[in-house]
Write a protein that binds this ligand. Sequence first.
Ligand code: TYD
Length: 253
Amino acid sequence: MARRKLVYEGKAKILYEGPEPGTLVQYFKDDATAFNAEKKDVIDGKGVLNNRLSEFFMTGLQRIGVPTHFIKRLNMREQLIRQVEIIPLEVIVRNFAAGTMAKRLGLEEGTPLPRPIVEFSYKDDSLGDPLVPEEYIIAFGWATQQDMDDIVALALRVNDFMAGVMHGVGIKLVDFKIEIGRIWDNDFMRLIVADEISPDSCRLWDIETDRKLDKDVFRRDLGDLADAYTEVARRLGVLPKNTTPGPKPTLIN
Ligand code: TYD
């Protein structure tokens, strides 16, 4: 098979040219990074789990009418997606205070918020993805007021879906990040959910124990990241057959 053309390589994923115009192949790596890639490791099996989990969330969203870039899973680490023009924003939805919000406002992590809060960071690693008000986004032309209204509505629908699914398996959706892309059907522009939805970009706490089941396990050295993601996949019933990062083989003399 001819080598595929690489379109973009990010910290946790690679995009290749897809088989049809307007499509891409999204490959999930095992690399984990945090603090703007100052902390790095390779976590065996993370890519396989995130490919499955993102497929699970994206197809679930499509079933309730939320448009996403997902077309189909191709294999353990790859999925076919629609090519979009990514809006350069990290769209963050928070249900409970955590991370930078907890720090900024001096709130204890886990404090329930009066309502879901949607906020935006400008996607630029060299600047550390700074938080930006909607006014900046519109003034700098990254999105229009109409886009922003649509993005907030989309983000809240994703939040309701994700929070419900997670609650069903005993997990609290503390916060998450999505990215939004533009696609054109002839002259008609639409905004759809793109990138990935996985424990890399959510905060997920066990409802009973507050055990962290997301990338904070890696950021804060709280244990084995693959174990945490496997637990999320197991509860959701999306554990891939024969591909779980099980125990390492032991040598028997
Ligand atoms: P936030 O608390 O703003 O940042 P940090 O993860 O540095 O404490 O993150 C809120 C949620 O959004 C959290 O689940 C992580 C996710 N997120 C990303 O996945 N990527 C990003 O670039 C940002 C800013 C947040």
